[in-house]
Design a protein around this ligand. Structure first.
Ligand code: AMP
Length: 508
């Protein structure tokens, strides 16, 4: 099948061919003709499948006719993270180069002013994270009743990050007569129910996750003492033939510390996490994409969905709390048919997290040894519970990194890596049913780490009659200033806290 047979216009085909793509991916083959027909789509696909172009290309053609009015976008794409939103915007720039579509990107962490100016000019394509879009709406800067096409991307991620109430509110502000394209990597019942409410007689399109189709991620897992992790990482990096790599940490505060440590040891490392300003995040990402930074230490939210062509390695410095994040993390490598490598460093108390991942992917992750370091073993008891506390993600002082001997592994676990099949591991489809239900505490910890703060009331109203959302939960630990700062990372800049009341009034 060729792109020409999908019904796309010549300007779009020209842009696709200049990008060098000759054959549509399965999601593009299935979804593009349906979108061009004006039908709603329920797409079960994750990043890496070519999903973005499957809605961007036909949208360019749909929006080619017509003109946007000031503050009234003609289409809306909702993304869970700033980076994904920026990536979709890049796609519009790339594929829409022969069309004259106006686009605006509304994401947190950057000034409201430029975004408002773009809205004023009239936009054909509005790409937004839910919180920032609602902030603009409440300031009366955007009206949503002219939206003809809505895309909800990564719906399951929106759910995980607590954005669904914001998404529901946004959808309630849209005209009921519209075309809706709804994408999610998984379809748990909550997401299906949402899709049933938002979509009208949709066509369902399902494609397998990229890595389940026998692509090529060579996985390995090394069990080492917590205090050996940095040493283990350095040794693995030196042993591997690394073109470029992401090192994932579970907590953003560990990201900066690990990056500093790697730099101190002479590695070319950058950092990407939610406490950085948006311009700094974009700059780092660009340097990584250009090869100026070889190793990017990152938190999940910052690296979610990043499309770095040809990335050779992924390292998990911590075992992710959510098994799905493991699939997403390692999916950053082994893209577009290339062989990728992923190594996970697990401490003895991370056994339950590893177990949950292996249950989800349907395979044991091959155990590997780090040469020169002693292999430890998982603790027999409930590692999940203890994994939240002692030592997880705790930076180890460089002076005392080897101060405590790891527990020796039982003999059967101390096999040299060569005896284990460190080779292609197919990822199972990401079936949420297969996962153990995560304790709420754990989901909350993950959300605190990941989320750009959901929609915030303008500052003056918050202070007058309500507490910020997470503080209203009444959970004592939520009140720690450090957590508050983490949530505030997307707080409005520009007008900041001094929003005049008349601007903050809803425009309805
Ligand atoms: P996505 O799933 O949208 O994140 O896309 C994953 C990667 O596949 C991106 O690098 C795209 O540029 C690339 N891609 C998209 N469509 C095609 C295609 N038809 N052929 C080859 N690569 C593609």
């Amino acid at each position: 099948m060729s792109f020409e047979s999908l019904g796309l216009s010549s300007p779009v085909l020209q842009a696709v061919s200049e990008k060098g793509y000759t054959t549509p991916t399965p999601i593009q083959e299935k979804a593009i003709p349906i979108v061009l027909m004006g039908r709603d789509v329920l797409g079960c696909a994750q990043t890496g499948t070519g999903k973005t172009a499957s809605f961007v290309l036909p949208m360019i053609d749909i929006l080619a006719q017509g003109r946007a009015k000031a503050r009234m976008p003609r289409s809306l794409i909702l993304e869970p993270t700033r980076e994904l939103a920026a990536q979709v915007a890049e796609n519009f720039d790339m594929y829409g180069k022969y069309n004259k579509l106006n686009m605006a990107l509304l994401i947190g962490g950057v000034s409201f002013d430029d975004q408002e100016r773009a809205l004023e000019r009239g936009v054909d394509v509005l790409i937004a994270t839910p919180g920032r879009l609602l902030d603009h709406f409440e300031r009366g800067k955007v009206l949503l009743n002219d939206v003809k096409v809505l895309v909800i991307d990564e719906a399951d991620r929106m759910l995980d990050m607590g954005f669904i109430p914001d998404v529901e509110r946004i959808v309630s502000l849209l005209p009921p007569l519209r075309q809706t394209l709804f994408f999610s990597a998984t379809m748990p019942p909550e997401i299906k129910r949402l899709a049933d409410r938002f979509l009208s007689n949709p066509r369902e399109v399902t494609v397998s996750p990229p890595a389940s189709a026998g692509t090529n991620i060579v996985q390995g897992l090394a069990i080492v003492a917590e205090e050996d992790k940095r040493e283990a990482l350095r040794r693995l990096i030196k042993e591997q033939d690394i073109k470029n790599a992401i090192v994932f940490c579970n907590r953003k505060r560990d990201v900066a510390i690990l990056q500093g440590s790697l730099k101190k040891h002479g590695f070319n490392a950058g950092a990407l996490h939610g406490d950085m300003s948006q311009p700094a995040r974009m700059e780092t990402l660009e340097k990584f994409k250009q090869g100026e930074i070889q190793i990017l230490v990152a938190s999940d939210v910052a690296a979610r969905g990043l499309d770095i062509v040809d990335m050779s390695h992924v390292f998990n410095f911590d075992v992710p709390f959510s098994p799905e994040d493991y699939v997403h993390r390692i999916g950053r490598t082994g893209r577009a048919g290339k062989t990728g490598h992923s190594f996970t460093l697990a401490s003895p108390d991370e056994g339950a997290l590893v177990e949950a991942i292996e249950k989800l992917i349907g395979n044991a992750i091959p155990r590997v040894e780090v040469s020169g370091l002693e292999t430890a073993a998982f603790e027999a008891s409930d590692g999940r519970r203890r994994g939240r506390g002692r030592g997880r993600g705790r930076p180890t002082g460089s002076g005392g990194e080897r101060s405590r001997s790891p527990r020796r592994a039982p003999r059967e676990e101390r096999k040299p890596s060569g005896e284990l099949p460190v080779e292609q591991q197919a990822e199972a489809p990401v079936a949420r049913e297969a996962q153990p239900k995560r304790p709420q505490r754990e989901r909350r910890a993950e959300r605190d780490q990941h989320r750009e703060p959901p929609h915030r009331e303008p500052a003056h109203r918050e202070s007058l009659h309500r507490e910020p959302r997470a503080e209203r939960t009444g959970r004592g630990h939520e009140r720690r200033p450090e957590r508050r700062r983490e949530r505030d990372e997307g707080a409005p800049m520009g007008l900041g806290d001094h929003v005049p009341a008349f601007l903050a009034r809803p425009s309805r």
